[in-house]
Design a binder for this molecule. Structure first.
Ligand code: M6R
Length: 575
């Protein structure tokens, strides 16, 4: 029997089904207030004790983020007995101390967050105040869902999209209180906070698997639509490129003398592709940097620098910190982001949204191709406002972008070659990916997909670097994927074909992505994956499709959980 005025909780490590079994065995009493959290352990092993919620007497909390001064706070809490090894549990005991001193839950939260260092979203309930949930956020995401007679708190709207598409953005250092009477948001200092409501433009169906075995596979197959949605509405009446949401004046963009692209993981590889396109089209020097490295090396940026950040989730902590650093140096920041209302677009000067719809699979797929589209659009827009390209040249490139959904569809239709390959290579222990020019970031992204999903050694190299070391890795039957540039970039293409011949001569199994009529590439190929004819700079949009399909299928054949690869989280909201 539940105890009046006490917290009832259930928690289990591992899959949600473990928790479902536990609740089926020991049902929870009916309630109108509840909190929960799926947490990737940052402190302590992934065990039942270390999972959330953390309960201290009459209080329970869930926490996303990292409390950096948890050791010091544990010491301050003196005699308290801790049930877990987590940083989060200190917040539960601090909350208890505050409510026991007579504070209400909101004031208790305010007192607790004042002691915490690091990144946190904290959500708390008090058994003696059972109609209230209080949450706070710093450097970690939190949105409020507004339903009919019900409210939700979550890191991402996907968590409550089944119940409502209306949401409220919360700003940095804010506390939100949910009661039967409504939502009340204040700052950490206690002042009323301004909030912004928004409506989510996708629904539950978009967030479900629709007959696919994995979200990732569904998202790979959604790419033609995601790309075409991201291109929608980008032209004005005169046929010129316009980026409506880019709240940045042409005058300002004309003054920019350097671009720095900052991102992580797959988004970083999209940035590497963007560098080739932006420099070629605009002649503005463009650097690409890992967000986690950016602010620690004291980068040279000033008010004439345009910092472009790329993030599917809009919540990646490393990227967010890079934005803050860039803005402190008075650089202007444009975010390329897929998530309306996320922190990264909110903290940037301007945003270009990708319209990929929700990306649920941990491995980014449609996130990548739509980020490429946004980067191309930004490059062409800069070329337009700075007069670096004639209108007809921009129109021709936009027309080619418009044809990309069809080209991607062709790659998807040819999936069986890749699926057969995955079956054949199920026991491979190492796979290499080679490319040059924009084929190089494609190779890096192909390798990342394989690492994160199939858990095998995979590396991407610039093909020209082979002779400087990596060729020593080539051994009999080692699978080597090579992206061949389109015919017409013959000097570059010839070099890549020589690289393929070199690795093949050393026994490698060559899997070559090249145009169907590229007979020279075919001649050095064990398995050919045919690419449609597209211009060089746009080739990553088609070349990446078989690499995504290969990783998804190989992981499936190996029996891995494709949507939730081990040790990975979808949004990395800690540094
Ligand atoms: O949400 P973001 O685009 O900022 O995420 C960046 C990376 O964490 C992300 O791309 C990650 O590398 C993916 N798991 C790759 O598939």
């Amino acid at each position: 029997m539940p105890v009046e005025g006490a917290i009832e909780w259930r928690k289990r490590a591992g899959k949600i089904s473990n928790l479902e079994e536990e609740i089926a065995a020991r049902p929870l009493p009916p309630t109108s207030v509840a909190i929960g959290h799926t947490r990737w352990a940052t402190h302590g092993a992934p065990t039942d004790q270390n999972s959330h919620p953390h309960v201290a007497g009459r209080v329970a909390i869930v926490h996303n983020g990292i409390i950096e001064n948890h050791d010091q706070l544990r010491a301050e809490l003196g005699e308290v007995e801790f049930a877990s090894e987590t940083d989060s549990e200190v917040a539960a005991h601090l909350m208890l101390r505050e409510v026991e001193s007579g504070k209400g839950l909101v004031d208790a939260m305010r007192a607790v967050v004042a002691k915490l260092e690091g990144a946190f979203t904290l959500v708390a309930v008090d058994a003696q105040d059972p109609d209230r949930i209080v949450a706070a956020r710093r450097n970690s995401p939190l949105v409020v869902g507004v339903g009919s007679n019900e409210y939700f708190l979550a890191s991402d709207v996907a968590a409550f999209i089944a119940y409502t598409r209306d949401a409220i953005e919360l700003g940095q250092d804010q506390i939100v209180e949910l009661t039967r009477d409504g939502v009340n948001v204040t700052t950490f200092d206690g002042a009323p906070a301004e909030t912004k409501s928004f409506h989510v433009d996708w629904d539950l169906e978009a967030a479900q698997k629709q007959g696919f075995d994995w979200y990732m596979r569904k998202e790979i197959f959604e790419q033609p639509k995601a790309v075409s949605d991201t291109l929608l509405g980008r032209l004005n009446d005169k046929g010129e490129l316009q980026l409506d949401e880019l709240r940045m004046s042409p005058e300002l963009l004309r003054r920019v003398n350097k671009i720095v692209i900052v991102a992580c993981g797959t988004a970083f590889y999209a940035g590497l592709v963007a560098k080739y396109a932006i420099e070629h089209w605009t002649r503005i020097p463009c650097e690409v940097e890992l967000a986690s490295e950016f602010r620690y090396r004291d980068p040279i940026i000033d008010p004439m620098t345009l910092v472009v950040t790329i993030s599917q989730s809009g919540e990646t902590a490393d990227t967010l910190m890079a934005i803050r650093h860039a803005r402190e140096q008075h650089a202007k920041v444009i975010a390329i982001c897929n998530t309306n209302g996320a922190t990264i677009p909110r903290e940037s000067d301007a945003v270009i949204y990708t319209h990929a719809g929700p990306e649920i699979g941990v491995a980014s797929t449609k996130g990548f191709t739509t980020q490429l589209v946004a980067c191309y659009l930004l490059g062409l827009y800069l070329a337009q406002v700075r007069g670096m390209k004639y209108g007809d040249e921009i129109a021709a490139l936009l027309a080619e972008l418009e044809r990309m959904p069809e080209a991607i569809q062709k790659m998807l239709d040819a999936k069986s070659t890749v699926y057969d390959l995955a079956e054949e290579l199920v026991d491979a222990t190492s796979v290499l990916f080679l490319g040059r020019h924009v084929g190089y970031p494609s190779a890096l992204e192909g390798a990342l997909k394989l690492k994160e999903l199939a858990y095998i050694h995979a590396e991407g190299f610039a093909a020209g670097e082979l002779k400087h070391g990596p060729i020593a890795l080539i051994s009999q039957d080692l699978p080597v994927f090579v992206v061949v540039p389109p015919k017409g970039r013959d000097q570059l293409r010839d070099k890549v074909i020589s690289n393929i011949a070199e690795v093949r001569a050393r026994g490698a199994r060559t899997i070559v992505l090249a145009e169907a009529d590229d007979e020279e590439a075919r001649a050095v190929t064990d398995t050919l994956i045919e690419l449609p004819k597209v211009s060089t700079l746009l080739q990553p949009m088609v070349a990446i499709i078989p690499l995504q399909l290969f990783a998804c299928e190989l992981a499936t054949v190996k029996g891995h959980d494709v949507d939730q690869p081990r040790n990975l989280a979808k949004s990395v909201t800690v540094e």
